[in-house]
Write a protein that binds this ligand. Structure first.
Ligand code: PMP
Length: 405
């Protein structure tokens, strides 16, 4: 198999439009990815041909919806190499998946237990643990980074001890693109008897996630960063944990037997999926993963590495441009500053030239404070981006520089 970026681009309708008379260059993929026609078609097919609730119908439409919905679970389980398909729990996204874990294993925390996160966290993997600590009396420990955005693993080793109950780290930093040594982290944490959660929101779209090889207990991600619709995400967790921890949301579908005063819980995955789920979203996520699985993943990763390397190389052409986050292992994200320019102004000028990026704190306020920055401008790349997109980014940046100087 080879990787034909033009053939891939052709499958994303949204990319083929003009913004203020200029062809769109979409470089905000860490915020959300665009959707291929295969995913859009799966949604249209569901709503036009077999819209139904799942698991409870006595009719053919419901059977078909249930089948597609459960097939998506198997597709996702295979994609991340889960041992059991029922270890894949549907959520509304990464944020809800982390909250689900915080309200599951989080209920097992005791006062004085320690939870380790990092200075790199997105708010979803920080505030949620702050709250879990507040509820339980556990203590939140923050693993430092170097100024490059690389985790200080010696500091991590020093933080781990017999009180560590959970280590929750990002696979890839949304703000800086740092790829963290998650296998090493998981191994060390497990040797210490701690649970390990990997925030895979930014890791999942860049290739081959194998939850068994990583050695974590939980891996969470959002569909919308993986070419699927918004409003759907995944908590993958070890069966032995998911089937024993206290349930979080309660209601239809998650029960086994209900009396007026009491109830018992169903088996996995149902016990953690109360109420009518996002059926269309799940089917769309299944379609996205099938679509992605048919691509040449190593070639796709090489393409993404090339985009980041090419963009990083061109930075020296722009006086006063500085990359924020220079860890040796990075993927997909180029955060930067232009001397004398506020990130919001850069974003505005780029937008006028059809180039879509993100600006601001990247949902990582403590990290921005740690780096002494008000925020960054962030260009983030996906498999459908090209070197020509990066050329357009730099043309636009040169213009921004002249206007803002
Ligand atoms: N963690 C990271 C690293 C992220 O990049 C994001 C999304 N920006 C999230 C968590 C939260 O994802 P969502 O908003 O889809 O729940």
């Amino acid at each position: 198999m080879t990787f034909d970026v033009n053939a891939i681009r052709a499958q994303f309708p949204v990319l083929h439009q003009e913004i203020d008379g200029k062809p769109l260059v979409y470089l905000d993929n860490a915020a959300t990815t665009q959707k291929p026609q295969a995913v859009i078609d799966a949604l249209i097919e569901y709503y036009t041909q077999y819209n139904s609730n799942v698991h409870r119908g006595a009719h053919q439409l419901a059977d078909k919806a249930t089948q597609r919905y459960e097939n998506a679970r198997s597709t996702v389980a295979n994609f991340i190499n889960a041992q059991h398909r029922e270890e894949v729990i549907w959520t509304s996204g990464t944020t809800e998946a982390i909250n689900l874990v915080a309200n599951g294993v989080g209920q097992l925390f005791n006062a004085g237990d320690e939870i380790i996160v990092t200075e790199l966290e997105h708010h979803a993997n920080l505030v949620t643990w702050q709250q879990a600590c507040k509820r339980s009396g556990a203590i939140l420990k923050i693993c430092p980074i170097f100024d490059s955005g690389e985790l200080d693993m010696n500091a991590f080793d020093a933080l781990l001890n017999e009180k560590t109950r959970l280590v929750a780290v990002p696979h890839v930093s949304n703000a800086l693109g740092t790829v963290n040594p998650i296998k090493d982290i998981a191994k060390k944490a497990k040797q210490n008897g701690a649970w390990v959660l990997i925030d895979g929101a930014q890791g999942i779209a860049h290739g081959d996630v194998d939850v068994q090889a990583i050695g974590c207990d939980f891996y969470v991600f959002s569909g919308h960063k993986l070419f699927a619709p918004t409003g759907v995400g995944v908590l993958w967790g070890r069966k032995s944990l998911l089937e024993t921890w206290p349930v979080w949301q309660t209601g239809g579908e998650m029960i086994s037997d209900v009396e007026y005063q009491t109830a018992t819980w169903g088996e996995l995955p149902n016990r953690l999926e109360a109420g009518t789920p996002n059926i269309a979203g799940v089917i769309g996520l299944g379609a996205a993963v099938e679509w992605l699985s048919n691509l040449d993943i190593p070639a796709l990763q090489a393409h993404e590495r090339d985009l980041l390397a090419y963009a990083s190389e061109r930075v020296k052409e722009i006086k006063g441009m500085k990359i924020v986050g220079t860890a040796p292992e990075k993927i997909g994200v180029m955060s930067f500053q232009l001397q004398g320019a506020h990130p919001a102004d850069i974003g505005f000028i780029l937008d006028k030239q059809g180039v879509a990026i993100r600006t601001g704190d990247n949902c990582a306020q403590p990290l921005m404070k740690r780096l002494g920055l008000p925020g960054t401008a962030r260009a983030s790349f996906s498999i459908y981006n090209t070197r020509a997109d990066i050329d357009r980014l730099f043309d636009a940046l040169k213009k921004a520089q002249t206007m803002l100087a």
